[in-house]
Write a protein that binds this ligand. Sequence first.
Ligand code: GLA
Ligand code: GLA
Length: 707
Amino acid sequence: MTRARSPRWLRWPSDGTAETAAPRFAFGADYNPEQWPREVWPEDVRLMRQAGVNLVSLAIFSWARLQPGPEEWDFGWLDEIMDLLHENGVAVDLATATASPPPWLTAAHPEILPVTRTGETVWPGARQHWRPTSPLFRAHALRLVEAMATRYAGHPALAAWHVSNELGCHNVYDYSEDAAEAFRAWLRARYGTVAALNAAWGTAFWSQHYTDWAQVLPPRLAASHPNPTQQLDFARFSSDALAAHLRAEREVLRRLTPGVPVTTNFMVMGGTKGMHYPSWAAEVDFVSNDHYLHPGPQGLDELSFSANLTGNIAGGEPWFLMEHSTSAVNWQPVNRAKRPGELARDSLLHVAHGADAVCFFQWRQSAAGAEKYHSAMVPHAGADSAVFRSVAALGRLLREELAPVAGSRRAPAEAAILFDWESWWASELDSHPSARLRYRQEALDWYSAFLALGVRADVVPTGTPLDGYRLVVAPILHVLPSALAKELTRWAEGGGHLVTTYFSGIVDEHDHVWLGGYPGPLRELLGLRIEEFGPLLDGETVTLEGTGPGEGAPAGTLGCALTGTLTGSLWTDEITVTDPATEVLARYASGPQAGRAAITRRPVPGGGSAAYVSTRLGPEGLPGVLAPLLGAAGLGSELPPQLRGLVEPAVRTAGDARYLFLTNRTDRPIELPPLEGEFLTGSPEVLPPHGVAVLRRPPAAPGRARP
Ligand code: GLA
Ligand code: GLA
């Protein structure tokens, strides 16, 4: 996987060239001055200076303003803003402004508008109403990119290019004729012949055999379940189509402004699954991400999970938090304001996972338009507000106390969660044993278990080398091409400890089931075989009983035992243990599999092991299972016992320095025991509710990670 470079490569105008300048945190927001009269602009830059803003994203939704007609251009206002920002020491992440096409374009060319699965047109009136595969849209967009790049190539405020905005936020799936044609071209490139397509899609089923490419369609509204491989390929294609748009804009920028780094803001968060960001990372000069907190019991865990995954998609390099919110958003069913301390906590938890930029949507809260109830750095109340004071305090912290941390890398952990986009896509397709399975939720539940135990774990995309990890959890690794199965087996035989779950190892890359009993290519490694799935009905649960130490294996050989009772939901499997060495850690005590193995672990010759969890245990049940598995792998928390679960540890490193971030995960104050190292954030004896402390520590002993 080609890796993106880091935001260290940003061109900081006042620092000379990026390569020689000391790294520093970027701090700022999306800036939409066109929403305000000119008189507001000097006030904006005055407040930016006061808040320590040093970078803004500009012109994201300015197409209609910059090009009021096909042959009319109006750059005067943007020239003025660019100059004003530069004079005030604010660098610009300049958007290509192609995110939302202007009314004159869609009125003249409604054929650029996306079409839904059910054949409806997605009309203008909101934003991002364009087909990723429309040649006409592409031509208009690239003309604008060319105009922007030509005009601002030499502008001293220009630090980076921001391609479009949140590509795919609203338009990832388009079922139009343009999409159909591009899908066929994509399939031809993938399969070469119609015969190969037929084989991959299993078209012997339901009389779907194709005899010509022209017959192939996107999975539009159909009479029953559309072909699953067609759906999976359409997901792959849709992500690739947007990546192709990203590349097309980037190529214009690279040609006209070769020294200016290019990024686009990803959406590694919540349920955003349409874009395969691990492959997109190779397309940009540095990775950027947007994240919005979903308040709720696992909200903060989800933030940490997303930041962690983003950092690993960026290959461990620093990355750019392009958007998050100072307080409430406007698009959740109920939009809660952040409580005191949460603004800084959320920002710093991203920093803890490698962000070198803390930016918000947006600078000044809109008075009109669809996002007027979305918080901003300058709220409706103005600068005399708790939000603005918190913003300014955060700006100071990043500029002063935390300055040494900028440019450092995420320190890898010794445990990881394998996050597999293909399995996310495929495991949630329709006509499966259960429609209730949620891939990302299962992965997040395991992450919550690591947090509850105070153990650091990386969330890594498939393709990341596993050799540095002692334990890897691969939840619902549903799509298992034989190469990946071999790689996991090789790694476990080399001493790695694999943990996997229900509905893993079921299909190959074409979504064809591995035959002979589940989980296909992992049967031998796990030492078990499953003949039937046992999904549970809504509200149905089963009881699991830990078997105590060492059942079914010579006493003491594993040192890994489960005791007590657990509750499973969603899924069970009818497991037959096939290898006498496989230890049954828990059995079903109720439900259809009563008496059968529920959680197993097989020691793998060579020192590793392979464990299987056949039901959903959730964030409440998983810590009790994970703890002994970690113990058997020689891993544990690096935190003092009284902090475990209450505080999240995260580490960044640069040269000899290690920076330990301790984030209070609770809304209570937490007493800190004496800790080795020097605090960059004062010397707190107590970590306040939502507080974050950062310690600089001497280098770790070789071969042993610790915070
Ligand atoms: C996204 C967009 C922004 C804004 C925010 C609101 O991240 O990129 O333009 O709409 O959501 O949360
Ligand atoms: C109907 C159809 C079959 C099959 C089954 C599945 O009976 O006739 O082709 O789809 O449903 O339950």
